[in-house]
Structure formats: structure tokens, C-alpha cells
Design a protein around this ligand. Structure first.
Ligand code: IPD
Ligand code: CA
Ligand code: CA
Length: 257
């Protein structure tokens, strides 16, 4: 597993270097399901690079990736979960606050994961039997404090509508932030800078963070408190295990959700 982990880390660094190199070129942007759901040539090229390198080195492994047809069930065999650029809207509009994410599962068990915040050159890595680190710094497990001393992250729509009680929870905390990238939001939790991140996500948005967070005392759950299905888009939260009951006083299904 050490060799596979080292390969993955080098690969994600290479993907980051590829993105940096191409950022000055004109970026072709397409809309997917809505005017805010974007994909660029860069997302497709980065994914193609990651998939082809993985399959060249590990031809028996399978892929579950955001773009295109690679949708292997993570519970069957050796599966790499890829989000080539998380925060594509940020990438297009700000050239900042986006990340490459890679997670590796064997029969549904997370073995290691990587989140690479390209512009800050911060690589979050580890999980499974590996320590969770940001670059060469070991990250501390969750450290408790009162809700009023924590910020949370969500998305603007959920906050506005108090969807699942996110606005109610925000009032009990110091405030809410919306970073426009699941990877950036999760990385702030891993660093102890945010209590939780609550939003609607696909598996490739939360797979890497769920592996990394588990080692630091966090659970990745649906908003009902169940295990996510790792197949469809669901309401998801990453929460410190020891704060779950307190958060669930606010985050629960209302009639309208
Ligand atoms: C999106 C971002 C965004 C989140 C969306 C994701 P993408 O990923 O993480 O912050 O709110 O749900 O789909 O499309 O930029 O990879
Ligand atoms: Ca993406
Ligand atoms: Ca994403």
C-alpha cells in the first residue's frame, strides 16, 4: 500500500503542475446541468491524465470519476475516486480556491486519500493506515470547544432557506462561510478551522475527505445521520463524532425537506 500511496501523491502533484502550467491559456467552459454547473477542458484533461496513469500502472483497478462514464461501485474491488478539479466555478472565476481530489478504496474500505489545494500548494494526505498530514505537518484530531467559538460551512441556498436547519445551527455558532469548493471546505475542517460542512454533494466531492476525516474523529453522514450511498448526490455533512448529537439538535428533517 505504501507504493500505491506514494504513486498517488506524485500523480496528484503532477496534476496540480499540469493545471498551473495551463492556467494562462484560454479556458474553454461548458455548462453541464445548469448555468452554474461548469466543466472546462482542464477538468477533462486532468481527469484523462489521472485515469490513464492509474490504469497504466494498475490495470486491474477501476475508476469512479466525475466526468464521463467511469462509475465503478466503490464496494467492488480496487477503486479510485476522482474529482479532477473541485471548485470549477472558482477555477473559472477566480483562478483560486479549487483542488484535485483522489481517494482509493478496496472493497468499500478507504485506504488513503489526497486533497491538493493547488494555488496554496497544500497537499492533504493520509487516511487508512497513514497519518493525516498537510504537506509534512501531522494534523491534530478534532479539538472540542463551544459551538459559539466555531464557524461552519454550507452553501448560500441552504443558509437562505434554512434548509435542514442550517441557519438555525449557524445562529448557535460564530457564523457561516461558503467557499464554493467542497475540497476547500473539508480541508478547513481537517485543519480544525471549521466545525462542519453541510451541503449537497456527489460521492467524488466527499470520498477523499471522508477517508481523511475518519482518522481525525469525523464522520461523513447524510443529513439524516446515515452512511452516504457513495452513488448519488445527497445532503451530506462531515461532523466531529463527539459533536454529532449536539449538531443533530438543529440538523434534522423538516416537513419540507
Ligand atoms: C462542486 C463544488 C461546490 C459544491 C458542489 C460541487 P465541482 O464541485 O464542490 O462547492 O457546492 O455541490 O458539485 O463541480 O466544482 O467539482
Ligand atoms: Ca469537479
Ligand atoms: Ca466536486
Amino acid at each position: 500500500m505504501e507504493n500505491k500511496f506514494a504513486f498517488a501523491k506524485e500523480l496528484v502533484y503532477k496534476a496540480g503542475a499540469y493545471i498551473l502550467q495551463g492556467m494562462d491559456d484560454s479556458i474553454e467552459v461548458e455548462e453541464k446541468t445548469s448555468p452554474t454547473d461548469l466543466v472546462t477542458q482542464m477538468d477533462k484533461n486532468v481527469q484523462h491524465f489521472l485515469v490513464s496513469e492509474i490504469l497504466k500502472n494498475y490495470p486491474k483497478d477501476s475508476i469512479f470519476a466525475e466526468e464521463g462514464q467511469f462509475k465503478q461501485d466503490i464496494t467492488v474491488g480496487s477503486v479510485w475516486v476522482i474529482d479532477p478539479i473541485d471548485g470549477t466555478a472558482n477555477f473559472v472565476a477566480q483562478a483560486y480556491d479549487f483542488a484535485v481530489m483522489l481517494a482509493y478504496y478496496e472493497d468499500g474500505i478507504g485506504q488513503f486519500a489526497l486533497i491538493y489545494d493547488v494555488m496554496r500548494d497544500e497537499m492533504y494526505h493520509g487516511g487508512g493506515r497513514f497519518e493525516v498530514m498537510c504537506n509534512d505537518k501531522v494534523l491534530k484530531p478534532f479539538q472540542d470547544r463551544p459551538l459559539k467559538r466555531f464557524l461552519i460551512a454550507s452553501n448560500a441556498g441552504m443558509l437562505e432557506k434554512n434548509d435542514w436547519g442550517v441557519a438555525d445551527l449557524t445562529k448557535k455558532c460564530l457564523g457561516a462561510r461558503a467557499y464554493g469548493s467542497a475540497a476547500i471546505s473539508f480541508s478547513r475542517i481537517l485543519q480544525g478551522r471549521l466545525l462542519t460542512y453541510i451541503t449537497y454533494l456527489y460521492p467524488w466531492d466527499y470520498a477523499a475527505a471522508s477517508i481523511l476525516g475518519e482518522k481525525l474523529g469525523y464522520l461523513t453522514l447524510t443529513l439524516d445521520g446515515a452512511k452516504p450511498d457513495y452513488k448519488t448526490r445527497q445532503g451530506v455533512m462531515m461532523v466531529p463524532k463527539e459533536k454529532l448529537a449536539e449538531l443533530q439538535e438543529y440538523i434534522y428533517r423538516r416537513g419540507e425537506n
